[in-house]
Design a protein around this ligand. Structure first.
Ligand code: SF4
Length: 77
């Protein structure tokens, strides 16, 4: 089963926590809002995150003060 992730940018406070914890998955965009950059996903939530990054992903979600990182078992689009 896949793990697909997106950031709901309108709720992101640019704290940088997810990027510190999971830099292979998240980065800030030009507006300083977090987005999913994993394998060029561009925050579309269509790229399944590799198994060896799932611990980082879950830690990043737990660290997000805005709870604006969303995970699904199927692609978002
Ligand atoms: S942890 Fe949450 S609020 Fe902080 S930059 Fe990442 S998505 Fe935005």
């Amino acid at each position: 089963m896949g793990k697909y992730v997106v950031v709901k940018k309108e709720d992101c406070t640019s704290c940088g926590s997810c990027i510190s914890v999971a830099p292979d998955i998240f980065d800030l965009d030009y507006d300083m809002l977090a987005e999913v950059i994993y394998e060029g996903d561009s925050n579309r939530g269509i790229t399944s995150i590799a198994d060896d990054l799932i611990d980082e992903l879950e830690e990043a979600m737990d660290s997000c003060p805005s709870e604006c990182i969303f995970l699904a078992a199927v692609p978002f689009a």
